[in-house]
Design a protein around this ligand. Structure first.
Ligand code: XBP
Ligand code: MG
Length: 233
């Protein structure tokens, strides 16, 4: 029986990437005096790497292979990423990024019906929490599994296995909401059933292991009863 819904954050709850994270990365680069700029299309390519620190490192390897950080790589990446997190928080405060259609309705209805709720995201914890504070309520979620809490980020299944373990649930008692192929791979790797809501960055990706792929949740009149009984194996 369905016991819990587990949500990805970026791209699933809200379209945070293009006008949120991307801008904050560029602001952090500029403040540090780097002339690196992530355009909308370049960012689409960089999204294949999950995690802010991992994404910066990948970008430098691909586009500035001779770059040498002024300190140890780990320290350099951590500091730059901290700055980016600060800018992202400021950005969310200045112009809240809205939830995608249907998200609030589904989450409220799930809560009313007694389903348990959790978050599984690659983003840093303060970023996930800030979005939830502005749009829903972080307390509605029993577990907010985020960022470096597991060393191997999506597409590795670790973050989903972590949530299952913390909630004391088995995979067939949960349903996941994701927006990307690497999120789907992570959930699938933990044997979880997944509904995909695509966005502009992910609409052409392969979602074959998903149990449902839709543009967004607003078009669906199928929330909890459907979810409880009708998701195919
Ligand atoms: C989210 C991400 C994150 C954000 C940046 O992926 O890929 O890296 O872009 O977050 P998912 P941080 O939606 O699959 O969890 O900079 O906070 O790491
Ligand atoms: Mg996502």
């Amino acid at each position: 029986k369905l016991q819990a819904l587990i949500f990805d954050v970026d791209g699933t709850l809200a379209d945070t990437e293009r006008d949120g994270h991307r801008i904050a990365f560029n602001q952090a680069f500029a403040e540090q005096g780097f002339d690196w700029h992530w355009s909308e299309s370049l960012y689409g390519e960089l999204l294949t790497v999950a995690g802010g620190k991992e994404r910066i490192q990948y970008y430098l390897k691909q586009h500035h292979p001779n770059f040498q950080p002024p300190s140890q790589w780990s320290e350099f990446l951590a500091n730059l990423h901290k700055l980016k997190t600060k800018y992202y928080q400021e950005l969310l405060k200045a112009a809240a990024i809205p939830l995608r259609p249907g998200v609030k309705r589904l989450i409220k209805e799930a809560k009313e019906q007694g389903l348990r709720l959790a978050i599984a995201t690659t983003s840093a914890l303060p970023n996930a929490t800030a979005l939830l504070e502005q749009t829903l309520n972080p307390d509605w979620f029993e577990i907010i599994a985020a960022g470096d809490i597991v060393p191997a980020k999506k597409p590795a299944p670790d973050i989903y296995n972590y949530v299952l373990e913390k909630m004391g649930l088995t995979a067939n008692e949960c349903l996941v909401f994701e927006d990307s192929n690497h999120g789907l791979q992570a959930a699938f790797g933990a044997d979880l059933k997944t509904i995909i809501t695509v966005n502009d960055y992910t609409k052409n990706q392969d979602f074959s292991p998903a149990c449902l792929v839709v543009n967004h949740l607003g078009e669906l009149d199928l929330p909890c009863e459907f979810l409880a009984g009708n998701i195919p194996d």
